[in-house]
Design a protein around this ligand. Structure first.
Ligand code: RNT
Ligand code: ZN
Length: 420
């Protein structure tokens, strides 16, 4: 698209928004502040680089699709991430799972060390990227039963406790080296396929494991811990040990944050509604932005009502910087680089949409009890030229506008992915 056309359309849009008292320049400045943590695991269908074949048994996770070009090693994954980042406006973060270390031979998960992530660190330094991190308590023979930190057998629990301890150290190492906190998120698959007879036992075991894990304290400038709950998973239909209530209670008591994954609640439950509730008490939280179709299906994020509602809550929060954004989905049925780009761009575009709503009018109408006007302003806002502002933002950040990124992804597919 011609630069001058984008410019002209933007100027027209700015005027149109201005008539409603909306300052597009301010919105674009605000948008620039949002950082999204790009999940490395979309690049290779959550395979990782361990020496042993991974199995999804007991993990509750399922990746479908066999699109060609999956990254097979760290160099390819980094190359793909770079491509994706070059098509997403703004400056973002990268989220690693522990199985993406460069191990050069058999290393057990309770032996993971910062040195296994030197390659990622050097890369992040060159690109000025901050890294987040995740323990991987799944896709492993010791997790095949679907129980890890709450396993009734002490030695299994200990193995996973030690693994998470290693991972928190690695995250803190990133924090120190990159001079920015690293978020360590903990999700475990623990649960039961059928009716539990002793819910208390598993939750007490998990509680005790967490106490051991968090014994070692780090400054929040290096490491921020988050805990991710789930409603149910494959094989944990009847009972999930780390439920929302469990982690919320734990996090509030211990000064940790919770991670809310959009796919981890009942389909009619609104995650957007939870932000202002939790943040009255908790000082921060993490979002796993995903798109569940009927269940926690981890579909690629695209704009929809749920994402828009979430974005509205984020931009209306008095402390938007306390809401950490990360993507979480894995779809192997399409170009994986494009899947990152689409999800990140859709999230940013929803944030921009939310920043450009006529809030003054909507809020005033609500406070004055004018319900009709409140709804009408929302409806009127649907006709505003959001796309023109978005394209202008993209071009200003040297990334292609909405109708052009797909061609670049296709090009990369032909030049790079299809050669693998
Ligand atoms: C699983 C959780 C978790 C994972 C990643 C790979 O249901 O959403 O966040 O997706 O750790
Ligand atoms: Zn998640």
């Amino acid at each position: 698209m011609d630069l001058t056309v984008v410019d002209k359309r933007y100027r027209e849009a700015r005027e149109k928004y201005g008539e409603l008292g909306i300052d597009t320049e301010r919105a674009l400045e605000e948008l620039q502040k949002f950082q999204i943590s790009l999940h490395c695991w979309q690049g290779d269908d959550v395979q990782g680089f361990e020496w042993q074949e991974i199995s999804f048994e007991g993990s509750g996770l399922q990746v479908t699709g066999n699109f060609p070009g999956r990254a097979r090693n760290a160099a390819e994954l980094r190359q793909d991430l770079e491509k994706a980042l070059s098509l997403i406006p703004g400056h973002h973060r990268v989220n690693l799972h522990s199985i993406y270390g460069e191990f050069n031979g058999p290393v057990e998960r309770n032996e993971y060390e910062p040195s296994h992530f030197r390659g990622w660190l050097e890369w992040a330094k060159i690109l000025n990227l901050k890294l987040d991190f995740n323990a991987t308590c799944f896709n492993h023979p010791k997790a095949a039963s679907g129980l890890t930190l709450s396993h009734p057998r002490k030695e299994i629990r200990k193995f996973w406790v030690d693994h998470v301890k290693c991972c928190r150290k690695i995250a803190a190492f990133f924090g120190r080296e990159l001079k920015s906190y690293s978020i360590h998120n903990l999700w475990i698959p623990d649960g039961l396929k059928d009716i539990p007879s002793d819910r208390w036992l598993y939750r007490q075991l998990l509680y005790d494991s967490l106490e051991e894990i968090f014994e070692l304290e780090f400054s929040q400038t290096l490491l921020k811990d988050s805990l991710e709950s789930k409603l149910f998973g494959l094989g944990s239909e009847a009972f999930v040990v780390g439920s929302h209530e469990f982690y919320l209670a734990y996090a509030l008591k211990k000064g940790k944050m919770v991670c809310l994954d959009l796919g981890h609640f009942h389909p009619t439950e609104s995650v957007a509604d939870k932000l202002s509730a939790i943040l009255q008490v908790s000082s921060e939280l993490l979002l796993h932005i995903s798109r569940g179709l009927r269940w926690d299906s981890d579909h690629v994020v695209i704009g929809n009502d749920e994402l828009d509602a979430l974005a509205e809550e984020i931009v209306n929060s008095p402390l938007p910087e306390k809401i950490h954004l990360a993507l979480d989905y894995f779809d192997g049925s399409m170009n994986r680089v494009g899947a990152w780009v689409l999800g990140a761009r859709s999230t940013l575009r929803s944030l921009l949409r939310a920043l450009l709503l006529p809030w003054e009018r909507i809020k005033q109408a609500e406070l004055a009890g004018e319900s009709l006007a409140k709804l009408a302003w929302r409806q009127i806002a649907r006709d505003l030229p959001l796309g023109a502002v978005w394209d202008y933002y993209c071009l200003n950040h040297n990334v292609p506008p909405e109708d052009m990124w797909l061609a670049e992804v296709k090009d990369y597919e032909e030049q790079v992915l299809s050669q693998r």
